[in-house]
Ligand binder design. Structure first.
Ligand code: UDP
Ligand code: MG
Length: 309
């Protein structure tokens, strides 16, 4: 008998959970050689998510839950779920049914074909604001140009992983957890399944534009130091340019005499160089902030209650 843990981060999902459970059990009812359970991580929801989960776990034996003391974010919930999973296979999926449970049997089959990870990506962003799709596309272009690992455009967190993969992900102890990068970084043989974007059944996506922007900076800073090199190269380039212009100005003064003109251009140049300097310091600051957070060694999440035996 193969054991399967399904990890489900939940933040204000009270209206999705019943339907979610029904669909998952429906899709797995024919897989008799599989013993599966769901681990709900209540990520500090402010609605009745936890009560709903408890209700479900009273009615069904195969439901575990962990509830955080506050909202720690999906990345923390995923990490906690992985730490508490012991199955041969582990699946991570959203509670809002944007990750179709009907794919689970297919995923299990692919592992039996010899894959270690079955990952999913959406091939369209239908139903998403145009501007958001545009910036998402831009983010993937930038991060893939800058970093060594490939972050697949449209990759979801919905994936099945064998135990070995989960163990290696847990070896990455960093505090700033950018899962999309970490999943890719550990390697292993991956099969990608593609599907069309599906709208969430209930409620709103909890990601605002600003959160997504911070998330993408997080990804870039976590997985590449290229911006630091860009700052260095910009610095060198501007030093060379200024050196050449000093020589040119000296020659010009010697040949044509000194007319005190050129103030507007001087001011523009000062502003420009000042801007570049602030930009470079800002990049430094981003990395420094991450180092600061890492050195504190704070826990990734705090558990308020659970029913894990
Ligand atoms: N989620 C979470 N903590 C958060 C935000 C979201 O656990 O702080 C969960 C949420 O309940 C859902 C999944 O993460 O199961 C994906 O969230 P959402 O649907 O808002 O994101 P999207 O699908 O738009 O990427
Ligand atoms: Mg969603």
């Amino acid at each position: 008998m193969i054991s399967l843990n399904i990890i489900v981060p939940c933040f204000n999902e009270e209206n999705s959970l019943n339907k979610f459970y029904l669909e998952v059990s429906e899709s797995l009812k024919n897989n008799n050689n599989l013993s599966w359970n769901i681990l709900f991580i209540d990520d500090g929801s402010s609605d009745n998510t936890l009560e709903k989960i408890k209700e479900l776990s009273n009615n069904h034996v195969n439901i575990d839950y962990i509830s955080f003391s506050r909202n720690f974010g999906k990345e923390s919930a995923i990490y906690d779920g992985l730490e508490n999973s012991s199955g041969d296979y582990v699946i991570i999926m959203d509670a809002d049914l944007q990750d179709p449970p009907s794919l689970i049997p297919e995923m299990v089959n692919y592992v039996e074909d010899g894959y270690d990870i079955i990952a999913t990506r959406r091939i369209s962003r239908k139903g998403e604001p145009k501007l958001r799709s545009f910036f998402a596309g831009l983010f993937y272009k930038i991060i893939n140009r800058l970093s060594n690992i490939e972050i697949v455009d449209g990759a979801r967190d919905y994936r099945l992983m064998k135990k070995e993969v989960v163990d290696s992900i847990l070896k990455l102890k960093e505090y700033n957890r950018f899962s999309k990068g970490i999943f890719q970084w550990v390697g292993f043989k991956t099969k990608w399944i593609e599907y069309e974007n599906i709208k969430r059944i209930e409620g709103e996506s909890s990601w605002s534009f600003w959160q997504l922007f911070k998330y993408s900076l997080e990804g870039i800073v976590s997985f590449t130091t290229a911006p630091l090199h860009i700052a260095t190269i910009a610095g060198i380039t501007f030093s060379i340019i200024s050196f050449i212009s000093i020589i040119l100005i000296v020659i010009k003064t010697l040949v044509f005499g000194d007319a005190a003109d050129g103030w507007p251009s001087t001011v523009s140049i000062i502003l420009f160089v000042g801007g570049i300097q602030l930009f470079a310091i800002g990049i430094l600051g981003q990395y420094l902030a991450k180092i600061y957070l890492e050195t504190k060694k704070r826990p990734v999440y705090i558990i308020k209650e659970d029913n894990i035996k």
